[in-house]
Design a protein around this ligand. Structure first.
Ligand SMILES: Nc1ncnc2c1ncn2[C@@H]1O[C@H](COP(=O)(O)OP(=O)(O)OP(=O)(O)O)[C@@H](O)[C@H]1O
Length: 284
């Protein structure tokens, strides 16, 4: 998927609260957060503490009862815990429809929909009615709809659940690509190994409050954009993961491993376009 790396304002939550019903108990209250561009954000907390509520608010599919949320990019995508398959579309027809709603032309929507179905191993189901899809295939369509228009904010609520191992790995890759391209990705997953060690921030949801824990010493403070035709080793220095962008391939790597990675790229006759330190969206 091609999207350029660019910076944008963070999504800001200021004094956000949510309760269900005018007199219901507050599920979340006094939530103040900055979710910067180019960050991977994990939300954690015990069952029923309000993680899904928080994700729906961040995605904009639910509105806060008090407080404000600003800076949400125009292209925001969301995968809910449960995907509604009872719509009169085929898998491809649904994706093209949503792609068009997200601003893509018909031909581009068709092409992207086909590409994402293939990437998730669901190309064979393009012509199947949504209602006729297995749970796993329906989940692939749910994930594909979120990735279609290269969102600047991607919100994933247990989106890996129901996917087969290949599709789960593909979704991991797609998340890394979006983050590398400058998107904010916020996710919840019951498996603590999901993208373990890769999140820039953990949101701990507890007792109606959300505490943001940044991982400043976490991975990837250096971003290298390069291009080349020759294959690279499977294991790159610092565990760097290549991600396709409009400008070439982007690698996020720890500063300690960046020289080694540059050497590997140059040895493979890759052209290095840019080396940046600091995360996208970080203020000087
Ligand atoms: N639409 C709703 N109407 C009424 N109450 C709701 C609604 N959605 C969530 N709640 C309540 O809000 C609280 C938080 O729910 P939420 O689903 O956000 O938590 P969660 O941390 O995502 O839970 P889980 O880990 O079980 O998915 C729960 O008490 C839940 O019953």
């Amino acid at each position: 998927m091609t999207t350029s790396v660019r910076e944008r304002e963070p999504v800001r939550l200021a004094g956000v609260g949510r309760r269900y019903g005018a007199r219901g108990p507050w599920v979340l209250r006094g939530v103040d957060l900055h979710l910067a561009a180019g960050r991977l954000v994990r939300a954690t907390g015990a069952n029923g503490t309000g993680k899904s509520t928080l994700l729906r608010l961040v995605a904009g599919v639910d509105a806060p009862a008090e407080g404000r949320i600003t800076g949400r990019p125009a292209r925001t995508a969301y995968v809910p815990e449960r995907f509604p398959p009872a719509l009169p579309f085929t898998a491809l027809g649904y994706l093209v429809h949503l792609g068009r709603l997200q601003g893509l032309g018909r031909a581009a929507a068709r092409a992207r929909a086909g590409e994402w179905l293939e990437r998730f191993g669901a190309g064979a189901y393009a012509g199947t009615a949504l209602a006729g899809l297995s749970k796993g295939s329906a989940q692939k369509v749910a994930v594909a709809q979120a990735l279609l228009a290269a969102p600047g904010l991607l919100v994933l609520d247990e989106a890996w659940t129901g996917l087969d191992a290949g599709a789960r790995a593909e979704l991991d890759r797609a998340v890394r690509e979006r983050v590398a391209a400058g998107a904010t990705v916020v996710f919840v997953d019951h498996d603590p190994r999901r993208l373990a060690g890769e999140a820039d921030t953990t949101l701990r949801v507890e007792g109606g409050r959300v505490r943001a824990e940044a991982h400043p010493a976490g991975p990837a403070p250096v971003r290298i954009v390069a291009s080349g035709d020759r294959p690279l080793p499977d294991r790159l220095p610092g565990g760097a993961v290549p991600a396709a962008t409009g400008e070439g391939t982007l690698f996020r790597v720890d500063a300690a491993a960046s020289d080694d990675l540059l050497r590997v790229l140059l040895d493979a006759a890759w052209h290095v376009h840019r080396v940046e330190s600091g995360r996208a969206g970080e203020r000087a």
